[in-house]
Design a protein around this ligand. Structure first.
Ligand SMILES: [Zn+2]
Length: 567
């Protein structure tokens, strides 16, 4: 039963993806812009190539060859000679944190630095340059710089900022680094108990709190941070919109949204500055129950307008492996043999997902460990059992350790596997902070992208920026090579590589499916929105190790250039 339901929805997707939508007479009206002499990778169902595309207003009105497009060239038509360059549908990133990333880029931004000394120097420089800021905030530090367990020290920050609170989140957002003033402001001291969903790290000998807050323990502090102003939210978001457009991205799933984020999107959209189609994942508060669904319904109806769709709910089901909070079915190989932290009780998760599904919400899960992934799949199975399969396009992000038994369930349950492909190589997070603590057998399950496809599942890609770069090209290179896009390392689990066409689909038409907009975007097809990019090289004609160097020359959002100029 489930298999045939999957087949039906896939067929529907394919049919909508290729059906022309323009009225017949429009074929003879001149186009606004005509691209000729290109290598047009259409991403249509046949993955066919063309040389010419015509755009009128915000839509594609012709896809084919140079001689065929001549009929659409009027006196006012702009003709762009692509000179053999590659044109393709723009990217859609289905797990990203634009507003937080933009704000981080505008405050203490430690991303890319590789030593504690550099981190501390950057904090000092920012604090000195901003004497009026009450709290010094930012993030982007890398857990592996601090070694196993990622235990940061308040003393390092106290040495450079003794008089004001400092709070810096790790690059993956799962650990907070606080100085003494910040801990003091939040009333966190020796007597503070660990919350159920996190850990206040302490010195093993003295028991003193060290300034490292894992997962839910950050929530002991964050309420004391002065709220960011709507103006700063909008500045951060605008920074990100421009950056994402420059990477060829025109649609996203924002993976964590509260009301202020929705208000920032609304403000930009009202000023015509939101040149992104946004699916906003409303944050499931794990300390609350089903009553929050009422709030979600209100937010959905209040904010779904223009370029924003607030019809998704994000449920975070576990933490991460590096700090032993990712939920595993068998213990970590560390003292005390912990099995991680399921954030939502698995039985209640079934109830919650069933209720959300019944109310028409798509559920976007965060699941890293195999137990958390199983729990999310079980919850979707329960929802389908209760409600029937309404094809809500539920998806699970991260998927670091999928138990082999769960591989076929993505297809069976219509759950899209939302991978962050940049993570699928052997960096220090994998070799030093993960494999020693989970063992070789489970290490073989890591980021099993090809295995999900082989089992019939659909994959889609998201960057999880600020955790890692939002630039799709290094991510595509790693998906194709399972190596570091910036090094010549050996492939990590090379049997899990995928081909270029599959990787591009995961970032375009499949992500459009997750975003619920595959009938209007995600491929270069007549009738669809002209969300298009032109690249400086043809991805299919270069060595895989050069993919990450690709630059986007032009991004069109609904026919309008939002990065670069018409060539
Ligand atoms: Zn995320």
């Amino acid at each position: 039963m489930r298999t045939s339901a999957t087949a039906i929805i896939l067929a529907c997707t394919l049919i909508t993806a290729c059906s022309p939508k323009i009225p017949a007479q429009s074929a003879t009206e001149p186009a606004d812009v005509v691209f000729v002499n290109g290598a047009v990778y259409t991403m249509d169902v046949n993955r066919s190539w063309a040389t010419a595309v015509a755009v009128r207003d915000d839509k594609i009105v012709y896809v084919g060859f140079d001689d065929g497009v001549a009929a659409l060239q009027g006196a006012e038509t702009r003709v762009v000679d692509l000179d053999g360059k590659m044109l393709m549908p723009s990217f859609q990133d289905v797990h990203i944190h634009p507003m937080e990333s933009g704000k981080q880029a505008l405050t203490v931004n430690l991303a890319g630095m590789r030593t504690i000394k550099d981190y501390v120097a950057a904090v000092k420089a920012y604090a000195d340059a901003n004497p009026d800021e009450a709290w010094i905030l930012g993030g982007g530090w890398s857990m592996d710089v601090f070694g196993p367990g990622a235990r940061t020290s308040k003393k390092l920050l106290d040495a450079v900022v003794p008089d004001r609170p400092v709070f810096l989140t790790s690059s993956d957002g799962h650990t907070g680094w606080a100085n003494s003033k910040a801990l003091e402001a939040a009333g966190i001291d020796q007597d503070t108990q660990d919350p159920a969903s996190g850990i206040v790290d302490r010195d093993a000998e003295t028991g003193e709190i060290i300034g490292s807050l894992q997962e839910g323990a950050m929530e002991l502090l964050t309420p004391y941070i002065p709220p960011s102003s709507p103006e700063f939210d909008q500045r951060g978001l605008k920074y990100s919109v421009d950056l994402l457009n420059s990477y060829g991205i025109t649609a996203i799933t924002d993976a964590w949204v509260l009301r202020p984020t929705l208000e920032a999107y609304r403000a930009l959209d009202d000023r015509d500055e939101l040149t992104l189609r946004v699916v906003a994942s409303l944050w499931w508060e794990r300390t609350l129950g089903l009553e929050q669904i009422l709030d979600f319904k209100e937010l959905r109806s209040e904010f779904t307008r223009g370029n924003v769709n607030a019809g998704t709910v994000k449920i975070m089901q576990d933490g991460v492996l590096e700090n032993y909070t990712g939920a595993l079915s068998e213990p970590y190989f560390v003292d005390g043999l912990p099995t991680g932290i399921p954030m939502v009780d698995p039985e209640f998760l079934k109830t919650a997902v069933t209720a959300l599904d019944a109310e028409g919400f798509q559920v976007h899960f965060h699941a890293i460990g195999d137990a958390a992934i199983t729990q999310c799949l079980d919850a979707v199975e329960a929802a389908i059992g209760a409600n029937g399969n309404a094809h809500r396009r539920h998806h699970i992000s991260h998927l670091q350790l999928i138990h082999p038994n769960d591989l076929p369930r993505f297809r069976e349950l219509d759950v899209v596997a939302n991978f962050q492909p940049l993570w699928a190589y052997a960096d220090e997070y994998v070799t030093d902070l993960t494999i020693p603590f989970i063992g070789e057998e489970r290490a073989n399950w890591m980021y099993s992208i090809r295995s999900v496809i082989n089992a019939g599942g659909m994959i889609a890609f998201g960057s999880d920026w600020f955790v890692s770069t939002a630039n799709p090209f290094p991510q595509i290179e790693t998906a194709v090579t399972r190596t570091d896009a910036e090094a010549d390392d050996a492939p990590f689990m090379p049997h899990e590589t995928i081909d270029l066409a599959t990787a591009l689909a995961a970032f375009t038409i499949n992500s459009a499916y997750v975003n619920g907009i595959e009938d209007v975007s995600g491929s270069v097809s007549v009738g669809k929105l002209a969300d298009l990019i032109v690249l400086d090289r043809n991805l299919f004609e270069i060595p895989a190790k050069e993919i990450s160097e690709t630059k986007v020359l032009l991004t069109l959002f609904g026919g309008k250039p939002v990065h670069g100029d018409l060539l």
